[in-house]
Ligand binder design. Structure first.
Ligand SMILES: [Zn+2]
Length: 314
């Protein structure tokens, strides 16, 4: 536990931002691997939470942040997708109704919570004591959750994108959009478990919503300009994949040959090669969200990172 707390400090403490009346973003710097954002809405009687966190300690931090704002009980936890940085801490909200897409539940029953793997790319994470707590109220297209009179539309995005089970939470009255990992602010997008083409479709749809405030899955609260950046990055990935594929280069070779590029400043830049793996699969005709060799993508990310484990402040 002490290790986790020190690690949190080293990446900067989390903070809560009220982005509309009663509507909060819980932002965890630096937004890198496994350092996700959450949200919560305070209603007359209860609190509605959007996503938990990756580790026992980080989820305790989220719960503490909620109780600084409200002493009401958490009635509802919405998961934007199954990835363990957004769901490992679900168990700390037992007693709440956990809501997500059907496939989020399916994936969590198979893969969550993450157990420590010292041989994996994140050897130093102190996960804490995690327990399974999958969603038990599921939908196939979407569901509306009401925060008193405020409508919160929880919608599946309709196609594989970041994963195969991404949902957004859209609050039209406040023009607030929680995107989960469809948007990263300051970090490289990651679509290796979903689809490059699907992500581009979804990002264009989200831009059409014209949200005033966007809470990305990682990184600072922002506006809809984030979608243009994500689209530009993924278009760059697709272009790089087309030329690499045509030239017979592996995704790793193509990523290395990319040299300095306009997205070089983004955090966790090694994701480029993982995204290229997905783009190559799509060029070869793989359907969106088809399984690809994620072990190979992790190996190549480590190679692109100079052979080091990936940088992670979880
Ligand atoms: Zn994710």
């Amino acid at each position: 536990m002490a290790t986790s707390i020190n690690t949190i400090t080293s990446a900067g403490p989390p903070r809560t931002e009220e982005i509309a009346p009663g509507v909060h973003a819980f932002i965890q710097p630096d937004g890198g691997w496994f350092v996700n954002n959450s949200g919560f809405l305070v209603t007359r009687d209860t609190v509605i939470v959007i996503d938990s966190a990756a580790t026992e300690a980080r989820t305790r931090g989220l719960r503490a942040a909620i109780s600084e704002v409200s002493d009401r009980p958490v009635s509802t936890l919405i998961n934007t997708h199954w990835h363990t940085d957004h769901t490992n801490g679900n168990y700390q909200f037992r007693g709440a109704t956990i809501v997500a897409h059907e496939r989020t539940r399916e994936m969590m029953l198979r893969y969550a919570p993450t157990t420590p793997d010292p041989a994996g790319p994140f050897p130093d994470v102190n996960w804490g004591a995690l327990e399974p707590a999958p969603p038990f109220l599921t939908y196939d297209q979407g569901v509306t959750v009401w925060a008193d009179d405020v409508r919160c539309e929880v919608r599946w995005v309709g196609t594989p994108a970041h994963t195969t089970d991404d949902s957004i939470v859209w609050i039209p009255e406040h023009s607030v959009l929680y995107t989960g990992d469809l948007a990263f602010n300051g970090g490289a997008p990651l679509v290796s478990a979903g689809s490059v083409a699907g992500s581009l479709d979804v990002l264009r749809d989200l831009r059409e919503l014209r949200p005033r405030t966007v809470v990305p899955g990682h990184g600072d609260v922002c506006g809809p300009e984030i979608f243009d950046l994500m689209i530009d990055y993924l278009t760059f990935v697709q272009d790089l994949a087309v030329s690499g594929h045509r030239g017979g280069r592996t995704p790793l070779r193509a990523a290395r040959d990319a040299g300095p590029h306009p997205f070089g400043h983004l955090l966790d830049g090694e994701r480029l090669v993982a995204n290229l793996h997905r783009a190559y699969a799509e060029i070869d005709g793989a359907p969106r969200g088809a399984e690809i060799d994620l072990v190979a993508t992790r190996r190549d990310m480590i190679a692109l990172n100079g052979g080091r484990p990936l940088r992670c402040h979880a």
